[in-house]
Design a protein around this ligand. Structure first.
Ligand SMILES: Cc1ncc(COP(=O)(O)O)c(C=O)c1O
Length: 357
């Protein structure tokens, strides 16, 4: 006799973790694999038995994050990666037959979780303006009054585009007036530099989701956080398991937040590498979209061929032409994470030249 699984789970697909990526130049998952030099890596060795053998303590990391985000500690909830942050926030606010408005495409976990929760989604498609993907402001705004919530990604993954400040504020104000949550994914905040965190005090319906996986290079440890008014954080913490964020991740989080100088110098070099890659791809006749995140969206002559040929020389990039709810927007497009070093950038350029030269 078959067990009775929930229909929405039966009809969804599970994530299959990648394997065998160690020896590749990893430009496929928007990580930051080459961020740490040997000296910095050594700092991660300074943990002791307390970190490994005791249940985690969160107070010091919350204090450090409070300083970093300029939010009171009670406005912050640590999560097991931003993925868990997304799940917690969606579970907190939405249930069967609710409807949310979500400019799309957007990081695919949103659709995955909303589908399992049986929530209806009004996907509003971004527009292709050749140089950039335009945020669909008017249509999103118009849908708000029919919705139980708004979900934004700023800057967007997979598109790279930011939401213009005035438009974002209008959406926040309107969702606040309607008393519905305005969820803003800021996974790529550090690369973009702009945030809505500073107005949480005024608009208590803002919920921001962030991660240590990108600018802080800790994707392997699964560490993220939510910024929101403390009345929201209180409810989030009821949903999160007591020890969901592990002690080693907490230790690593404190370690990276403790060295501001290291990361600001890395960010400067990242921006140089990004500009250099964009210029190179454009010179090689590829359509490159403006991106405020740590990746570029590129439409080469033959995306599939580029992916295969780069893989054959140990470089991974991602094909995104079938990205969920992207319609025809990303036809033939590939997403390339910015290489973490000058050396890897050079290898990437040399190989692209060989393919298209
Ligand atoms: C927009 C966005 N949100 C959230 C995440 C998840 O981040 P984490 O590794 O912290 O789960 C990602 C990861 O790629 C992302 O692109």
């Amino acid at each position: 006799m078959a067990l009775n699984f929930k229909k929405t789970i039966l009809s969804s697909e599970r994530w299959v973790a990648p394997s065998g990526r160690r020896d590749y130049i990893k430009l496929d998952l928007n990580e930051n694999y080459g961020l740490f030099d040997k000296k910095f890596l050594n700092k991660f060795k300074n943990f002791d038995a307390f970190t490994l053998s005791s249940y985690p303590e969160y107070e010091n990391l919350l204090k450090a994050l409070s300083k970093y985000t300029k939010q009171p500690a009670h406005n912050i909830a640590l999560t097991n990666g931003a993925d868990q942050g997304i799940e917690l926030v969606l579970r907190l606010f939405f249930s069967k037959n609710d409807k949310v408005v979500m400019p799309s495409p957007i990081f695919s976990i949103y659709d995955h979780v909303l589908n399992i929760l049986n929530v209806k989604v009004s996907h509003i498609l971004y527009e292709d303006r050749e140089q950039y993907f335009e945020f669909p402001f008017e249509k999103t705004f118009a849908e708000l009054k029919k919705s139980n919530g708004l979900i934004l990604c700023n800057p967007n993954n997979p598109l790279g585009s930011p939401i213009e400040k005035d438009q974002l504020l209008l959406l926040i104000k309107e969702s606040n007036r309607l008393n519905i949550p305005c969820i803003i994914d800021e996974a790529y905040f550090e690369f973009y530099g702009k945030t809505s965190a500073n107005i949480i005090k005024k608009y208590k319906n803002i919920i921001i989701i962030r991660t240590f996986s990108k600018a802080f290079g800790l994707a392997g440890l699964r560490l993220g956080y939510i910024l929101a008014d403390n009345t929201v954080i209180e409810q989030i913490l009821k949903l999160r398991g007591p020890w969901d964020v592990n002690h080693f991740a907490v230790f690593a989080g404190e370690t990276v937040l403790g060295d501001k100088k290291y990361f600001s110098s890395k960010m400067k070099s990242f921006l140089r590498l990004k500009a250099s890659l964009k210029e190179f791809l454009e010179k090689n006749n590829m359509q490159v979209y403006d991106s405020r995140a740590n990746f570029l969206i590129v439409k080469p002559k033959n995306g599939k061929k580029l992916i295969e040929q780069l893989k054959s020389v140990n470089i991974l990039i991602t094909g995104i032409d079938n990205y969920p709810f992207s319609s025809n927007l990303l036809k033939n497009a590939v997403r390339i994470t910015i290489p973490s070093s000058q050396k890897d950038l050079k290898i990437l350029k040399t190989n692209i030249k060989k393919i298209y030269g």
